[in-house]
Ligand binder design. Structure first.
Ligand code: CA
Length: 228
């Protein structure tokens, strides 16, 4: 069986080693790079399956690397997991908006990081649902074709924008989206959706979900996600 290849871009040797050790123990093939420039080169030439990218790097930082990898005609589809230090939420938001898929905050447990790597790999091998296909998660059933949502057997009465937000988050359980990403996806036509109004929409959705309101989790400083 081909081993999946993970690229780790991290300048701190002990963290790089910790990640390498744990990934290899799980059977992954690991390449490490200690600077943004080397990481970029390794990402473009080595075709990794997932890239773990530290933000704070000497020289070209992780956000610059992410921007380079994810923009233009040569953008790579490879999932990027950002490593950030606590208190760097704005960088995480920027990273997600530049095209990173997920993030892990330092200090992290290797278990968490490996779970995120697995989720990222699942996501790439996962066959994209037809956008109109019904989906169910937890007690929720969503039928985009009919614009219907049910909580258990109870129909949910949602506005068009609430419906789109719920559907979008439900398609990617466990993944955090920034307010801007949610706005860009739902671009409501009932009235202009702003980043601020996303909070209002989420509050409305949670009210309608009642006891199941915690399906929609707030990720402080970053955005929202559907509980996994
Ligand atoms: Ca660093």
């Amino acid at each position: 069986m081909a081993k999946e290849h993970i690229l780790v871009v991290e300048d701190e040797e002990d963290i790089q080693e910790l990640i390498r050790y744990n990934l290899q123990r799980e059977g992954y093939q690991v390449t490490c790079a200690s600077s943004g420039e080397a990481g970029l080169e390794a990402a473009r030439s080595g075709r990794p399956d997932v890239i773990i990218l530290d933000i704070m790097l000497p020289g070209m930082n992780g956000l610059d690397v992410c921007r380079d990898l994810k923009s233009g005609p040569n953008a790579l589809p490879t999932p990027v997991i950002i490593l950030s230090a606590r208190g760097e939420e704005t960088d995480v938001v920027t990273g997600l908006e530049l095209g990173a898929d997920d993030y892990v905050t330092k200090p992290f447990s290797p278990k968490i990081l490996i779970a995120r790597v697995r989720a990222a790999l699942r996501r790439t091998t996962h066959v994209e649902l037809n956008p109109q296909d019904p989906l169910s998660i937890h007690e929720l059933k969503i039928n985009p074709g009919k614009h219907e949502a049910f909580l258990g057997e109870e129909p949910l009465v949602l506005t068009a924008t609430e419906f789109r937000i719920l559907h979008f988050l439900s398609k990617h359980p466990g993944w955090v989206f920034t307010r801007k990403q949610i706005v860009d996806t739902v671009h409501g036509d009932d009235y202009p959706v702003t980043e601020r109004s996303i909070d209002v929409q989420i509050a409305g959705l949670r009210r309608k979900l009642g006891e199941m309101a915690d399906y929609i989790e707030t990720v402080r400083g970053i955005g929202y996600r559907m509980k996994e």
